[in-house]
Design a protein around this ligand. Structure first.
Ligand SMILES: NC(=O)c1ccc[n+]([C@@H]2O[C@H](COP(=O)([O-])OP(=O)(O)OC[C@H]3O[C@@H](n4cnc5c(N)ncnc54)[C@H](OP(=O)(O)O)[C@@H]3O)[C@@H](O)[C@H]2O)c1
Length: 318
């Protein structure tokens, strides 16, 4: 059944949070993914780490693209200790806030695969910055990391090892409903501004997902809301961590919608999948359906990634 989502922010966010702990559905362990290759960004922590674990449990080979490679190595050791096949894991350094690093990472992926193709790309990494910051190339940090970094990565992989019918899973978040626009230059200072900048980037993720599907109908693109998850996103102190754990779902539960989109048959490509509502239909008043704005954002991202810098040194551990 397809759920029709309200375009009204408060109603929408209430239904996302209230009751989500009672409605957690687990991704079935079948079909298995032996022989499949998956790339996951931000796979060293939070939902991304649980996604990598779930893919490994199903037999996939997983390439973890991570900014912090030491933390990624710890995650890999953890998988090994759990009896998972750590030889099926490749770690590649990738800082999405630096287009040079992204380019080097994409080249390292292509080199590592030597002609084999990526079946699943999970654009998971995300930042919710507490203070205004910019990427290496001078773009607002939430936009530059969440939207542009992934755009550049995908663009490079599409010219290399991405399979023509790959599944591409783009993590947005229902909170995008609070945003009206998404653009590279957005100056903010307060905590409210920080939240707005993050929301805008999640709307940007959604727009890019829709435009990607429109331009490449052979691909299987899914925009995903993972749930409201007790992860490190947005930072916060001990009290915030305690509150999140008391009220929100675990990263493992937050990975289930991504895992479903990565593994299950009979999904509708180009759709929005939500941890509480499943496959969703959007109202015309929903900002995600603004396809003209999506096309404009796509064009801007194409311009901004047209002359990506020379590769920098990378650390590749197979
Ligand atoms: N948590 C929620 O309630 C929620 C709700 C809706 C959507 N989402 C989305 O779900 C995704 C995963 O979030 P999460 O909750 O798992 O957050 P998280 O625990 O904070 O994990 C974020 C991941 O992204 C990585 N990352 C951040 N900046 C990066 C950069 N510049 N380059 C490469 N990797 C970078 C982090 O790596 P480091 O370890 O190096 O920092 C980490 O692995 C995000 O896209 C988020 O927007 C989350």
């Amino acid at each position: 059944m397809i759920a029709r989502l309200s375009p009204y922010p408060l109603k929408r966010l209430r239904t996302s949070i209230v009751g989500q702990r009672r409605q957690i559905s687990s991704c079935p362990s079948l079909p298995q993914l032996h022989g499949k290759i998956a790339v996951v960004t931000g796979a060293n922590d939070g939902i991304g780490k649980e996604t990598a674990r779930g893919l490994l449990e199903r037999g996939a080979e997983v390439i973890m693209l991570c900014r912090n490679i030491d933390k990624a190595e710890q995650a890999r050791r953890g998988f090994l200790a759990e009896g998972l096949n750590a030889r099926a894991v490749c770690l590649i350094e990738c800082d999405l806030a630096d287009l040079d690093s992204v380019k080097a990472a994409a080249q390292a992926v292509n080199y590592h695969l030597r002609g084999r193709k990526i079946d699943v790309l999970v654009e998971n990494a995300g930042v919710w910055a507490r203070h205004y910051d910019e990427t290496e190339q001078g773009h607002e940090i939430n936009f530059g990391t969440n939207v542009l970094g992934h755009f550049a990565l995908r663009r490079e992989l599409m010219n290399g090892s991405l399979a023509r019918r790959a599944r591409i899973i783009i993590l947005t978040g229902d909170i995008y409903i609070m945003a009206e626009g998404c653009s590279p230059s957005y100056h903010w200072h307060s905590r409210l501004g920080a939240m707005r900048a993050y929301n805008r980037s999640k709307l940007g993720n959604f727009w890019i997902a829709r435009e990607l599907q429109r331009r490449h109908p052979d691909l299987n693109v899914f925009a995903v809301h993972p749930g409201v998850v007790a992860s490190g996103l947005g930072g916060g102190g001990k009290f915030a961590a305690w509150l999140k754990q008391a009220l929100l779902i675990t990263p493992q539960d937050g990975a289930q919608t991504t895992l479903m989109c990565a593994s299950q048959e009979d999904l509708t490509h180009g759709s929005y999948y939500h941890n509480v509502h499943g496959e969703c239909e959007l109202d015309n008043a929903d900002p995600a359906t603004n396809d003209e704005a999506a096309a404009r954002l796509w064009a801007r991202c194409m311009e901004m990634t047209a002359n990506m810098g020379r590769p920098v040194a990378i650390r590749l551990a197979s």
